[in-house]
Write a protein that binds this ligand. Structure first.
Ligand code: FEO
Length: 183
């Protein structure tokens, strides 16, 4: 009796997304390590936390594939890209990374819709919301470095930014959580 509830194309695409989330975790780990080496301990702390969040995304997909009766294949994780050369470039790379991941999630949503796999479509909605949050998080980082002076940011401004990120949660508030009383 076949108890697999995922098509092979969706299983394979979800499996690839699982590996992509693990890759994202490695990327954040490498940027966090770079920041720590440069003396930006607050930025490093923020990025290390986010590396863990990406690892959790990987686990969610892994669990889902298993729950649907399909086979997970744990594959090699590609290495991270080169280190950033500045805080500004680090945050730009974070933003590009998140946009790329959003596009990948959207392709999965489209595939599940076309196959009328509503369980998978429903499962993926969490990731759609999460990606909105992650893009907002990345945009907030770019706003902060812009205010600090972008590539011309002074040592004092970078110090203040670093201290600020040490306390910052790595999940951003979304528009749908805002009210007139709490804009
Ligand atoms: Fe798992 Fe940053 O997306």
């Amino acid at each position: 009796m076949n108890t697999n509830r995922l098509s092979e194309t969706l299983r394979s695409a979800l499996n690839a997304q699982m590996t992509k989330e693990a890759h994202a975790s490695q990327i954040y780990l490498s940027y966090a390590s770079w920041a720590a080496n440069e003396g930006y301990d607050g930025i490093a702390h923020f990025l290390f936390k986010h590396a863990q969040e990406e690892r959790n995304h990987m686990m969610k997909i892994l669990e889902y594939i298993i729950q649907r009766g399909a086979k997970v294949s744990v594959e090699a994780i590609p290495g991270p890209p080169a280190d950033p050369v500045s805080v500004q470039q680090c945050f730009e790379k974070v933003f590009e990374q998140e946009v790329d991941n959003t596009q990948s999630i959207y392709k999965l949503v489209k595939m599940s819709f076309e196959q009328e796999d509503w369980a998978t479509w429903n499962f993926l909605q969490w990731f759609v919301k999460e990606q909105t949050e992650e893009e907002t998080m990345a945009l907030n980082l770019l706003d902060k470095i812009k205010i600090a002076g972008a590539e011309k940011a002074s040592g004092d401004a970078l110090y203040a930014l670093d201290r600020d990120l040490e306390k910052q949660p790595d999940d951003a508030a979304l528009a749908e959580t805002k009210t007139a009383e709490n804009p």
